[in-house]
Design a protein around this ligand. Structure first.
Ligand code: ATP
Ligand code: MG
Length: 212
C-alpha cells in the first residue's frame, strides 16, 4: 500500500468554497492536454465504499459525530479510497488529482475540532502511509469562499454549519500546514477569477516539474 508507484499524486486543499473542485477540473484538462492519463477523485469518497461513508460525514447536524469518531470515519474512508482507487491508478502510471486528503483532516478535525494532531498523524502513518507528491493549498478569505459556495445548494453543508469563525481557523491551519512543509505544499492565492487562479496553479505545478 505504501509503494510510491509510477504516477503523480496531487491533492487540492482549502476551506469550503475555496475553488478546489473548479480548479481540479481545469488542472485535469491541463494534464490531459499534455498527454497524461489523469484520474479525478475526491475525499471523503472516491470509491463506492468511501462514498457511502461520505454521506455519514457531510450530511446532517454539525454535532452528529464527536471529533474523534469523525477522525475514524474519515480514516476508514481514506483507506478504502487508497486501496481501491488511488494506489491502483498510481501503479498504472496515472496522474491522480484528489479533492481533499489528509491535510483536510489535520485542519478540520485537529486544528478545527480539537482532536490531538498526533492522533491524526499516527492514524495516517498506520493506515494510509502515502503522502501526495504535491499539495496545492488554495488560500482565500472564507467569507468570500462561502459566498461563492452559497450558490451551490445541496445537502452537503454539515461543515459550513460550524460557522465562519471555524472556517477562519481552518484557513489559518491550512496556511500553517503549507508553511511547515514547503517541499510538498504550494500555497496558492485563490482570490480573483477562476482563470487567474488556474494560471497560478499551472505555474506551481510546472515549477515542480509535473507539467511542461
Ligand atoms: N475564483 C472564483 N471566483 C468566483 N467564484 C468561483 C471561483 N472558483 C470557484 N467559484 C465558484 O464558487 C463555488 C465554489 O467553488 P468550488 O465548488 O470549486 O469550491 P470547493 O473548494 O470545491 O468547495 P467545497 O469545499 O464546498 O467542495 C462554485 O459555485 C464555483 O463555481
Ligand atoms: Mg468541492
Amino acid at each position: 500500500m505504501s509503494g510510491a508507484g509510477a504516477g503523480v499524486f496531487i491533492t487540492l486543499e482549502g476551506v469550503d468554497g475555496a475553488g478546489k473542485t473548479t480548479q481540479l477540473r481545469r488542472l485535469a484538462a491541463a494534464f490531459a492536454a499534455a498527454g497524461r492519463a489523469v484520474i479525478e477523485t475526491r475525499e471523503p469518497g472516491g470509491s463506492p465504499g468511501a462514498e457511502t461513508i461520505r454521506r455519514l460525514l457531510v450530511e446532517g447536524e454539525p454535532g452528529r459525530w464527536s471529533a474523534e469518531t469523525e477522525l475514524l470515519l474519515f480514516t476508514a474512508a481514506r483507506r478504502d479510497h487508497l486501496e481501491r482507487t488511488v494506489a491502483p491508478a498510481l501503479a498504472a502510471g496515472a496522474v491522480v488529482l484528489c479533492d481533499r486528503f489528509v491535510d483536510s483532516t489535520r485542519a478540520y478535525q485537529a486544528a478545527g475540532r480539537g482532536v490531538a494532531r498526533r492522533m491524526v498523524d499516527d492514524l495516517h502513518a498506520a493506515f494510509i502511509a502515502r503522502d501526495p507528491d504535491l499539495t496545492l493549498v488554495l488560500d482565500v478569505d472564507p467569507a468570500e469562499a462561502l459566498a461563492r459556495g452559497a450558490a451551490r445548494g445541496g445537502g452537503e453543508a454539515r461543515f459550513e454549519g460550524f460557522g465562519l469563525s471555524f472556517q477562519q481557523g481552518l484557513r489559518a491551519a491550512f496556511r500553517a500546514i503549507a508553511e511547515a512543509d514547503p517541499d510538498r505544499c504550494a500555497l496558492i492565492d485563490a482570490a480573483g477569477d477562476p482563470e487567474a487562479v488556474a494560471a497560478r496553479i499551472r505555474a506551481a505545478v510546472a515549477d515542480r516539474g509535473f507539467l511542461p
